[in-house]
Design a protein around this ligand. Structure first.
Ligand SMILES: Cc1cc2nc3c(=O)[nH]c(=O)nc-3n(C[C@H](O)[C@H](O)[C@H](O)COP(=O)(O)O)c2cc1C
Length: 329
């Protein structure tokens, strides 16, 4: 269990913020499966929040069922970050998270995200100002540093601790690495040694065993899972079961079918059609990994013209798999 101020996070498992992925539907799905401690919203521009951008406000909508929920903001202007954090608090988020790890050029150019690791004075000013402004727990997510020569995560971690941050999450790669190579978990152990606030480990947890191994090897207090959850949204429930010493169950084909269809119907109902199609294709790619004939389906969906045809195709593919499974049994 991890304490974020008055908030008890149990099990200490985080759904990582992922732009274009951890939207309301996906967060709800993961929450309904169970085992997750905190679900994170994708990062939101502090500037867009403060300007009252309509699309941004829609992105920030969440339902009480998702709680505890963290809203992550990014930006480099201290006053704007403060205003945005106040909006996050006002909306009723349980946790405000600051992104200091995004390596995307669009974000770096605005000197936000991981660029803040290159300007620790500014990073500190943002953390202190936001911390002073809000009363909900504040967390900060960052990487090892900008590149191998500038690994300053220990300094940033100390700054966070000294300024009242409730916990830090470390993605154990540099910004330059983007998503290449392997996350180097040894740094999680170093950060854990250096700090007394909770350290949430992140990077390359693909299986429940990875989460347990990360905690055992590094001593980190919690684990954050990103991409692993897109292929296996059951990973939190499975990990929580393993942490509690119980048996871990694998989702059946019927479970997978129900989850995929539930998710896809949510997307189809909420999103405009071209956007929905894009999202459905993306998730089909992840969800069907390892399923018999999954590749065939992934190829077929590229040609599908609209959401209705898409849903019918995926449903009949999954139903056929279920029938084949029953016949084989
Ligand atoms: C599609 C995608 C979008 C992401 N968006 C965000 C984001 O909005 N904020 C953030 O802090 N990290 C973001 N990340 C990074 C993840 O939160 C996480 O740190 C990274 O994927 C490593 O964890 P994993 O190996 O469990 O995926 C994103 C990653 C992916 C793959």
């Amino acid at each position: 269990m991890v304490h974020l101020g008055p908030l008890r996070i149990d099990p200490p498992l985080w759904l990582a913020p992922m732009a274009g992925v951890t939207d309301r539907d996906f967060r709800l799905l993961v929450r309904r499966i169970g085992g997750v401690g905190v679900v994170s919203m994708e990062f939101i521009s502090s500037k867009a929040i403060v300007q009252g951008n309509q699309r941004t406000r829609e992105l920030m909508y969440f339902s009480p069922e998702e709680r505890p929920l963290a809203i992550q903001i990014y930006g480099s202007d201290v006053a704007t970050m403060r205003e945005a954090a106040l909006v996050v608090e006002e909306l009723g988020a349980d946790v405000c998270d600051i992104n200091m790890g995004c390596p995307a050029n669009k974000v770096l150019k605005g000197c936000a995200g991981a660029a803040l690791m290159g300007d620790l004075k500014l990073a500190e000013s943002i953390v202190r100002t936001v911390r002073d402004a809000i009363s909900i727990p504040l967390t900060v997510k960052f990487r090892l540093g900008l590149d191998d020569c500038r690994r300053n995560y220990l300094d940033l971690g100390r700054i966070c601790e000294a300024n009242g941050v409730a916990a830090v999450a470390l993605h154990a790669r540099t910004a330059r690495q983007m998503f290449t190579g392997e996350a180097d978990w040894s740094h999680l152990a170093h950060l854990k040694e250096a700090l007394s606030i909770p350290v949430i480990g992140n990077g390359d947890v693909r299986e429940p065993e990875d989460a347990l191994r990360m905690m055992a090897e590094t001593g980190c207090d919690g684990v954050m899972v990103g991409r692993g959850a897109t292929r296996n949204p059951w990973i939190f429930r499975q990990t929580a079961a393993r942490m509690a010493g119980s048996r871990m169950s694998e989702p059946t084909l019927a479970d997978r079918r129900d989850l995929i269809l539930e998710h896809f119907h949510m997307v189809a109902e909420r999103e405009a059609s071209t956007f929905a199609l894009h999202k459905l294709r993306k998730f089909t790619g992840w969800y069907t990994h390892g399923l018999p004939n999954g590749r065939k389906l992934r190829q077929a969906i590229n040609q599908l013209p609209d959401v209705e045809t898409f849903l019918v195709t995926v449903e009949s593919f999954l139903d056929t798999l279920l029938v084949e499974e029953e016949e084989a049994a």
